[in-house]
Design a protein around this ligand. Sequence first.
Ligand code: F0G
Length: 475
Amino acid sequence: MREPAIATTDVTTDLAFQRCLNPDCGSTHGCDEVLTECPKCGSLLDVQYDWDRLKPPKSLTWFEQKWSRRFEPLSFSGVWRFHELLPFAKPEQVVTIGEGQTLLQHAPAVAKFVGLRGAKLYLQYEGMNPSGSFKDNGMSAAFTHAHSIGATRAACASTGNTSASLAAYCSVSKLMKAVIFIGSGKISYGKLSQALDYGALTVQIAGDFDDAMQRVREVSKELGIYLVNSVNPFRLEGQKTIMLRVLEALRWQTPDWIVVPGGNLGNSSAFGKAFMELKQLGLIDRVPRLAIINAAGSNTLYQLYEKRGLRWNGGRPDLSIADNYMAELDAAKKRASTIASAIEINRPVNLTKCLRALEFCDGVVRETTDQEILDAKAQVGAGGLGCEPASAASVAGARQLVQEGVIGPDESVVCILTGHQLKDPDATVGYHTTDQEMFNKILGSRGVKRAAYANRAVAVNNNLEEIVRAIQLYS
Ligand code: F0G
């Protein structure tokens, strides 16, 4: 195999470095190395910092003063505003397109649906990012690293949002060419249109996301293309800041629960790392509990964690449990299948890192059906800031956990809305439609039987009297 064709330069000092997650290896590597797994043992890597020498701020409120300098791109970015907590790059190396201007919406109506008597439900709306999903948080960090080591091409496999994000960073910055791998027929048009519009080289694999993920790893190695999937530890550094913004919006009070959809498990892993570091640095004294929600049609984490007892186990998880499960999936020719196409993933690449997050945050995992996802999505949409199906898994999961009594009715809960509603208009229109044929085509094949919260269009003849009568009747 050829050597990777990426030039390496001295990016950062030894204050930031990469470290293998496996405690029996623990090898460290400079930030100038391009790695997506430990070269010694193949485990995942973390970006780690010498906090004693870096001396980050002593209080999180310190970050608020940066708002007064928001005319500076680094202070304006919702990621780099927290640079001192992800200091792997020098300020002049940062690539930002204004990511992270997102908001935490208090949602009492959705709280009622979820069953939270205390109405303490908050929706972290990551759809407000430049490419319409949370991926921009991580992409800004990975892209910064890629550019700083001299990469000219960056690749990813994607269910649509990572590719939209990478394509956006490439086209806005003109610093790199995007090469994206997608499964055939597995990506919503909203997302595909972004990659095409932004000019990415789009490679459609005859297979699903899990196939595309495997291939992009091989191809990136072979051709020396920088890989921006969440096996890239720098990407997760950017995604930590979603939790920092949540805390900021809650006036630095830790909520009781963070609920997040789980696909490739990058977000949940990043959130766990954020809380581990904040606790270690004495910046928070309480850690929230973490709930990760799988779609029932792609529920690997749920199966492994809740049904087969796979645990972090001090960094030595019994991965034979996962291997056996994957072998069973293969033997049964079972493929991931859900309306929440963003999380239609059976082989999550961040599994072990996510187990660490679950351990640290006393986490739980649940699965939720496409019916439950779409009902929750309609409730979120009725609140005004709509989301795509995968995002609504968080709300559906929170509802389930309240019904089970795991989440108390007076507890405070933050659900992460990972992607914008317009990413997947088919799912939304399919749910609200009056056209039974369309409903069956888009949703019926997925076991969705009813649309209890549908807002149906009213059909009238092109006649003034009839139109007026219809409006009076329905308004
Ligand atoms: N929500 C949305 C909208 C997503 O796009 C994804 C992942 C997830 C949730 C799951 O997050 O992987 O960190 O557990 N989308 C990836 C993609 C896989 O290619 O865009 P995760």
